[in-house]
Design a protein around this ligand. Structure first.
Ligand SMILES: Nc1ncnc2c1ncn2[C@@H]1O[C@H](COP(=O)(O)OP(=O)(O)OP(=O)(O)O)[C@@H](O)[C@H]1O
Length: 269
């Protein structure tokens, strides 16, 4: 019998479903010291105790996403959006419930995680490709496209610690989209980087979604969710508030935040 807390790849489950999230919860447990005095530290140590803080980051969330959908994940700070994405990516196992994913996932979470700053962009492309499951030949074939898309010029052969955050982001985005993923997860990819690259990135994502690839985009820029997504999930305090058409979900989210028209257009790029 399979356990209730797992992320698994399924191929026979349903051809139409790319991602199924079923009653998923995640609780972070963090041990910490509340600036202990010498006395409390001794007492705790004596009892083998540590203070534990629990955060219910995602609570009983369920939804299904068919292949080919571009899903915008919206919600206030701390709503649980990134946690949900990490679980879909298989980086964090749910505390409860299950997530079924059909296909190969490529992630652009917390941009460039996995890159080694001491190595050159070129070496990181190779490492990133291998980590993403490509063979050396496949990476070799795609290398020029990745480098060209990132537009780093000769910086591609410089250590990544010399990159600006925008350059870092362009390379991370380029690697993720060239992995030929079935499911692409992007967390705030459009928040930094210059206007030209944002447009190019948006066009590339539309391209992927048009080719029946599934995409998740976590963003505070409601306009980009409206423009690029045909599906939306609104999270608040770890709970799923609404799942549906981006236009409707965004309208409800705005009502909830009591945003006026002006605030809305100012928040977007
Ligand atoms: N590693 C962690 N350990 C403990 N608590 C965490 C950890 N990561 C996130 N949290 C907590 O879980 C909750 C959800 O965080 P999460 O990052 O998923 O929210 P988010 O919707 O992505 O927020 P934002 O829009 O600010 O990026 C928050 O209360 C956060 O403080």
């Amino acid at each position: 019998m399979s356990s209730v807390s797992e992320v698994q790849a399924v191929s026979e489950y349903s051809v139409a479903t790319a991602v199924k999230v079923e009653n998923v919860s995640l609780t972070y447990r963090t041990t910490f010291e509340r600036t202990p005095t010498f006395k409390t530290a001794l007492v705790r140590l004596g009892r083998g105790e540590r203070a534990v803080k629990e955060v219910e980051a995602v609570q009983d969330v369920s939804f299904e996403v068919p292949h080919g959908n571009a899903v915008g994940i919206i919600g206030a700070n701390g709503a649980g959006k990134s946690t949900l994405m990490r679980m879909i990516a298989g980086i964090l196992p749910p505390s409860q419930g299950r997530i079924e994913v059909d296909g190969r996932v490529s992630t652009l979470l917390a941009l460039g995680v996995g890159f080694n700053n001491q190595l050159t962009g070129r070496d990181n492309v190779i490492l990133g490709g291998l980590a993403g499951g490509l063979t050396r030949e496949e990476i070799h074939e795609r290398y020029e496209d990745i480098a060209e898309f990132a537009e780093l010029g000769e910086f591609i052969d410089m250590p990544m610690r010399t990159y600006s955050s925008g350059m870092f982001q362009r390379l991370a985005f380029s690697v993720a989209v060239h992995m030929d993923p079935d499911i692409l997860l992007i967390d705030e990819a459009l928040s930094a980087g210059d206007a030209t690259f944002k447009q190019k990135a948006a066009a590339k994502m539309k391209d992927l979604a048009a080719n029946a690839r599934t995409m998740f985009l976590v963003s505070h820029a409601l306009r980009s969710v409206k423009d690029m997504c045909n599906d939306a999930v609104w999270m608040h305090n770890g709970r799923l508030m609404m799942h549906g058409e981006p236009k409707e979900v965004i309208a409800e989210y705005r009502k909830f935040l009591k945003f006026g028209e002006d605030a809305y257009s100012m928040e977007d790029f």
